[in-house]
Design a protein around this ligand. Structure first.
Ligand code: KG4
Ligand code: ZN
Length: 338
């Protein structure tokens, strides 16, 4: 079957994103970040996110078509992130997608945001074949999944409390860095000593593939408060570097253990935190010792974007996984239905 041109929309959190894809090819991918709107509040304000999506989405759709030198009549399906995410933010994308699909008389394809992150691996890693272990590590999720095939996922483990990105964001806020915290901690850490403070590595030896980052965050907060109460000097950069190392150590060791246990040679790492250079470098170093190959998306595809929604939709189009116009968003839509 000829690969259809898909218009994809993503509005689950604080990025309004529109992309045009065809099969595994990204024709155009636009992201309008709301970071500066949320920064004064130290995190995403859902109401502001929804309103900003409304303002940006039509402009981005027009711009994508212009950049791709394409017309509405060229679109063969409209894909949208249905969840998980912020309900009001998701509703903007869903309303836009339904309207377009109805007006253009083309199928509507609802995509799970976590599955979309898995598909972000495709463009840069044509060598990667299923099955593989996938670490999904973002602001909302931290999970290890066995990708038996695209569309067939087995949950190996997940965070029992905060997601890794969430911990980056909260720790950054605590040590006075701005939102979003992940890139800020990464930047500060380059000037710090990662061995200065031995923060805990939660659940590292738990024997399963679950994670926990809330306790690490709390331990760090108590530790820094104690230093301050005792009048001891410390460098934010050392705290950032030591924290980043603690998180990365756990993510890397557990992912490699999962691959070893399942006898798979390949690990894919996706989601916003996969943009982190220390995580990328540590995975690369450790994987060599176990003859494991690491697949990473480009940094643009690590953080939220609509190209990954379009790539996932290309797969679901071939299976005719179409939604009807009664479709609604699902803020808690799991990757794997119970
Ligand atoms: O995938 P994403 O864009 O949105 C969600 O689906 O959550 O991930 C956003 C998260 C934020 O918590 C952000 O701080 C984190 O990814 N992040 C990073 C880096 N870039 C983004 N964390 C660590 N290092 C980075 N360079
Ligand atoms: Zn995401």
């Amino acid at each position: 079957m000829k690969e259809p041109l898909i218009l994809a929309l993503e509005s689950s959190c604080d990025e309004t994103a529109v992309a045009l894809t065809k099969g595994n090819k990204i024709i155009c991918s636009l992201v309008s970040s709301q970071v500066k709107d949320h920064r004064p509040f130290g995190g995403v304000v859902p109401e502001i996110a929804s309103r900003k999506h409304v303002i940006a989405i039509n402009y981005l759709i027009d711009k994508a078509l212009l950049e791709g030198n394409l017309d509405f009549k060229d679109i063969k399906a409209v894909a949208v992130c249905k969840g998980p995410g912020l309900v009001g933010a998701l509703m903007v994308g869903m309303a836009g997608a339904k309207t377009l699909a109805l007006a253009l008389q083309v199928p509507l394809i609802s995509i799970n945001h976590i599955e979309a992150h898995i598909f972000s691996i495709i463009p840069e890693n044509s060598w990667l074949k299923t099955p593989f272990v996938c670490l999904i590590v973002s602001g909302g999720h931290t999970m290890l999944v066995h990708v038996q095939n695209f569309g067939r996922y087995k949950l190996l483990g997940e965070t029992l409390d905060d997601a890794a990105g969430e911990a980056f964001d909260k720790v950054a806020k605590f040590i006075g860095l701005s939102y979003p915290g992940g890139p800020e901690i990464e930047k500060a850490a380059t000037a710090g000593n990662e061995n200065k403070y031995a923060f805990p590595r939660p659940l590292l030896k738990s024997g399963d593939f679950n994670f926990s980052f809330s306790g690490l965050k709390t331990a760090l907060i108590y530790f820094v408060r104690k230093l301050e109460a005792e009048g001891k000097q410390y460098k934010t950069e050392d705290v950032a570097a030591s924290f980043q190392k603690a998180v990365v150590d756990v993510l890397v060791e557990k992912s490699i253990n999962a691959a070893k246990q399942l006898g798979t040679e390949n690990i894919a790492i996706v989601g916003g935190v996969s943009a982190n250079s220390h995580l990328r470098n540590t995975f690369a170093e450790q994987a060599k010792n176990f003859r494991i190959k690491i697949a990473l998306p480009s940094r643009d595809l690590s953080t939220d974007n609509a190209a990954m929604v379009g790539l996932a939709a290309g797969f679901h189009y071939l299976k005719r996984d179409f939604s009807n116009f009664k479709e609604d968003v699902d803020p808690n839509w799991p990757l794997i239905s119970p």
